[in-house]
Design a protein around this ligand. Structure first.
Ligand code: SAM
Length: 225
């Protein structure tokens, strides 16, 4: 009988483990988040010409003048959402699909919305290629997706001028909305918890910088140009 050959670590596997240690040293403590980041192949979600930089802790450009978020930001936001297996999560701003993959890897049931059709199509392909079951929708995520809710978690990966009211209202009681709010230049990340039918509590999670959230409950296209 032949013994099963040991899996040989690729250079990307080694770099991915290195990134996890960087995130740990920067204060990420949720082992579920770290394990997901140690599993999802970020090199698949960055443009092919940038795969050599996939495991730098930095945001990178993708199509439509958008970005794949910095791994620390993805880890921090995911940790702040307190993801559990089977949790229903809505993501606004699919971008590359990487954040959606991290959520799906943690066992969340994910719906993600992107306003740029090209990004949504590419993300859908990358997610499906790796066996992630994520519902990818195209449209204005600031109005959410009421038919799929209520959500135990909503994560907005673009900076809003205010907490989008439709999203706060699509949370379940006890549900959490993680959203950057502020000016076009700088935002504060908030975790908004729905405490009762008509009551929400917001916690300040610190300063961050995102591309703008554009839509009916976001910035208008012209002011963000
Ligand atoms: N989560 C992404 C990832 O993992 O690659 C990074 C997202 S990028 C920082 C922000 C994304 O939000 C962009 O792709 C942008 O087109 C999208 N976006 C901005 N406004 C939006 C809206 N109203 N609805 C849906 N997507 C929006």
């Amino acid at each position: 009988m032949n013994p099963r050959p040991a899996k040989v670590a690729t250079p990307f596997d080694v770099q991915r483990q290195g990134l996890v240690e960087v995130l740990r040293s920067r204060g990420i403590t949720d082992e579920g988040v770290l394990q997901a980041i140690n599993t999802v192949p970020r090199e698949v979600f960055v443009p092919p010409a940038m795969s050599g930089r996939a495991y730098e802790d930095s945001a990178l450009p993708i199509d439509n003048r958008q970005t794949i978020s910095q791994p620390y930001t993805v880890a921090f936001m995911t940790q702040s959402l307190k993801v559990t297996r089977g949790m229903r999560v809505l993501e606004i701003g699919t971008g590359s699909g990487y954040q959606a993959a991290v959520l799906a890897q943690m066992g969340a049931s994910v719906v993600t919305i992107e306003r740029h059709p090209l990004l949504s199509q590419k993300a859908r392909t990358a997610l499906a290629d790796f066996g992630y079951t994520v519902q990818c929708r195209i449209g204005d995520g600031t109005i959410g997706f009421r038919e799929g809710g209520p959500y135990e978690g909503i994560i907005v990966t673009a900076g809003a001028p205010d907490v989008p009211e439709p999203l706060a209202k699509q949370l379940s009681i006890g549900g959490r909305l993680v959203v950057p709010v502020g000016s076009l230049e700088n935002q504060t990340l908030y975790r908004v918890v729905r405490t009762a039918e008509d009551s929400w509590k917001a916690e300040d999670l610190g300063p961050f910088k995102f591309v703008p959230l554009i839509g009916r409950s976001g910035w208008d296209d012209a002011s963000a140009a």
